[in-house]
Every structure is written in C-alpha cells, then in structure tokens.
Design a protein around this ligand. Structure first.
Ligand code: FES
Length: 287
C-alpha cells in the first residue's frame, strides 16, 4: 500500500450538481437528526463520480460543509479508504489485483501488459482513456487473475486477452465483463465435476401410511402431545395453538410459545403435573 496523498494539482472549486445535491439530501435524510455524518461515504462516492473518478480536495471540503463536519474528519476518511482516488484516473480505471492467488495465476504478466499499454502505475494516457493501479484482493480469487475496470470485474485473464480488452477500451469498442475463458461464474472450467448424477435429485415418492412421512417433531423441539397423522403432522391442536400465537406481538409470542412448550412437555417423572406453571420453562421446586 502506497502513501495516499492529495494530488498536487487541484481544481479551484467543487459543487454538487442540483441532481446530485438532491440525491445527497435523500441520503442524509436516512439518518436521525444529529447523525448526518453517517452519510459521509455515499456523499464522497457521489462527489468522486461527479468529478470524473477521483476526489479533488474542494470536493472533500464540499462534503464536509454539507454534513457539518470538520474538514479534517472527511479528509481522514477520504485518505483512508482506497476506493477513493485522490488523483485523476483514466475514463477506464484498471484496478489490478496483485494479491497471492492472482499473483500465482499470472498477475505479474498482467502488470507487464499495463506497463506496456498504459505506462507506469497512476499514469493517465494522453487521451485520458486509461490508467491503472495495483490493489489488494478484490474477492474474486477463484477466478484469478482478475482486474476491476470501473464497476466491472474481468476474470480468468491471460496477458493476450487482457491486452485486447485494453485495446478495445482505448478504441471505444464494447467489452464483455466476467470470466474470459468461458466458464460460468466460478464453476469449474468445462462444467460441474461433482454431484452430476441426476439420481441425486430425484425425490422418492412418500409411502402412504408409513412413519416416514411424519417428521420427528419432538426431536425438533415442537409440541408432541397434539394429535398427529400423516396428513396433519402438526396436529389440529398444534395448529390452533400456532394460530392463537400468531395474533400476538413478539413479546407475547415468546411468552405464549414458552407456555405452550411447557404445557406440552412430557412429564419425565411419569406423574401427573399439578400446580401453577412458573412461566420460565423450569418446574417449580415447590410443585
Ligand atoms: S487474490 Fe485476486 S481477487 Fe483475491
């Protein structure tokens, strides 16, 4: 990770467009009074989008003023998070993952392609089309090596394919994000290799009148005393209890569920339960 500094050359000023200012107001309104600072990340992100992919210092100040925050607090956030670019980037900003899985799968060769076609890291091509930066893991390691270009991931790259993508972007030709070697998302190349037997997905028809159809409700912690049958595994009594419980608020529901469980719990002593319930699910020692 390199030191993150503000660009030496900065614009004079920054102001949100009316449309973006209205968007910012909607974000701020999501938070309670006095907590407007919680909207700082989305507002910085919108400012970066408006400024062409990077955050000029006046934009950082504009966000601070909109949120009533000290400038230094917003500057700290902008310089901490690497998703905020502190200097101009190309229209197609390449973030190249150089972390171990991508490195082992050829990220170094991709860096060479960047150097050859774009120039050194952070350099913006003369036409403003491309710039690149090495970043840490982007979370697509299964499809290494990969890069992110603006909002899209390009995965399973080879130097040749990646070079062509950069050429197409520079020439304004469309490119297709995603895996570049034909695999579906991060599935194995050539399709699935396990769990391929269709018999695994066939459901055996239930046998009428056998205990197979009745779930083990007692083991699942459900009331067990209700009348059960294959067509009514919960039993009519249990259904009535559930209906009564569903009409209550959440605290009442919890209490009702606990009471129902206690009513229906088996008496391990084999003797008849007598006396009041404690309401806690624990037998009263005085009973
Ligand atoms: S290591 Fe490159 S995406 Fe994770």
């Amino acid at each position: 990770m390199s030191v993150r500094r503000l660009a030496a050359v900065q614009p004079e000023s920054f102001a949100f467009t009316p449309e973006n200012a209205a968007w910012a107001d909607r974000q701020i309104a999501k938070y309670p009074e006095g907590r407007q600072a919680s909207a700082v990340i989305p507002l910085l992100w919108k400012a970066q989008e408006q400024a062409g992919g990077w955050l000029p210092e006046p934009a950082i100040r504009a966000v601070a003023e909109k949120l009533g925050m000290a400038h230094i607090r917003v500057l700290e956030i902008a310089t901490f998070y690497t998703m905020f670019n502190l200097e101009p980037v190309g229209r197609h900003f390449v973030q190249l993952c150089g972390t171990t899985p991508c490195m082992l799968r050829g990220a170094e060769e991709l860096k060479e392609v960047c150097r050859r076609k774009i120039g050194p890291e952070r350099h913006v091509t003369a036409d403003g089309a491309l710039s690149w930066l090495e970043v840490e893991c982007l979370g697509a390691c299964a499809n290494a090596p990969m890069v992110q270009i603006n909002y899209d991931y390009f995965e399973d790259l080879s130097p040749e394919v990646f070079g062509k993508i950069l050429d197409d972007l520079a020439a304004g030709r469309p490119v297709t994000p995603g895996s570049q070697n034909g695999r579906q998302m991060s599935a194995p190349l050539g399709g699935p290799t396990t769990l391929t037997d269709p018999a695994l997905y066939e459901r055996p028809a239930p046998t009428k009148g056998t205990s197979q159809e009745v779930p083990d409700l007692q083991a699942a912690g459900r009331p067990s005393t209700a009348a059960q049958s294959p067509g009514d595994p919960l039993g009519a009594a249990s259904a009535k209890e559930e209906k009564a419980i569903n009409g209550k608020d959440s605290r009442e529901k919890r209490e009702a569920v606990a009471a129902t469980a206690q009513d229906n719990s088996p008496d391990v002593t084999g003797s008849k339960r007598v006396g009041p319930k404690t309401g806690t699910g624990v037998r009263d020692p005085e009973e």
